[in-house]
Design a protein. Structure first.
Length: 240
């Protein structure tokens, strides 16, 4: 097996945009629309954002199959296959987030704000009266970028970068996927650290400088998850 390289993964991930651009872009737009719900309910926003991230892995698999094989599968296959596990993963991330939030509010003596996790309507004329599209996008997508960073930290701390695609495409159980994924990570730490560093930097930029690219970053992250998984666990469809 060739040594993993972040530059190769990034190049292959960007190539996916040109393979089926309308599917890639269409799902990205859908993610962006779904993320606006986070301004009404942080819980729903987290669930939709994380679910979108993991369903995007299935979308990447679909794009790969339609490009490299004569498969007759439909886009609905990717969504139906990915959605149950993606929702389960999103629920787990939401629980972690809620626990950390409760602990923080407890230390700050603000337990009365717990309800805001479930419903907190912020889509008011006052909040929407920003001077520019960028400022409005920063306000809408800030939580989504924090959610992305939080999700990846939870994955790499308690699970593995590869755990979702292994469970989705290989039908591994959680323990087996975590063990196998962490084994690959331990032998290719440089590539994984660079990948995570790249995503974290982009997420930070999206909180202030390029907020409109937040949905793009989500789909790119999904694609990088699939490309890196394919590098180790599936025969490459095309030479690197």
């Amino acid at each position: 097996m060739k040594k993993a390289k972040f530059s190769v993964w990034l190049k292959q991930s960007l190539t996916f945009i040109s393979l089926r651009p309308w599917i890639w872009a269409g799902y990205t737009v859908l993610i962006g629309i779904a993320m606006t719900i986070g301004k009404a309910s942080l819980l729903l926003g987290i669930l939709l954002s994380v679910t979108s991230l993991f369903v995007g892995v299935g979308i990447a698999k679909y794009i790969d199959l339609k490009t490299t094989t004569e498969s007759t599968i439909r886009l609905s296959w990717a969504i139906n296959k990915s959605l149950p596990l993606a929702i389960l993963a999103a629920a787990a991330i939401a629980v972690f987030w809620f626990v950390f939030m409760v602990v923080a509010l407890l230390f700050n003596g603000e337990l009365g704000k717990i309800g805001q996790f479930f419903f907190y309507w912020e889509l008011t004329p006052e909040n929407l009266s920003y001077h520019s599209t960028r400022e409005l996008a920063v306000w809408i997508y800030a939580y989504a970028n924090v959610t992305l960073i939080f999700t990846l930290l939870m994955l790499t701390t308690f699970a593995s970068w590869f755990i979702y695609p292994l469970m989705l495409f290989k039908d591994y159980g959680w323990s087996q996927a975590r063990e196998e994924g962490n084994y690959r990570v331990s032998r290719n730490q440089g590539a994984l650290y660079k990948t995570l560093g790249f995503i974290f930097v982009q997420a930070l930029l999206c909180t202030t400088v390029t907020p409109l690219l937040t949905p793009v970053l989500y789909m790119l992250t999904s694609t990088m998850m699939y490309v890196s998984y394919q590098h180790f666990f599936e025969a490459p469809s095309k030479p690197e």
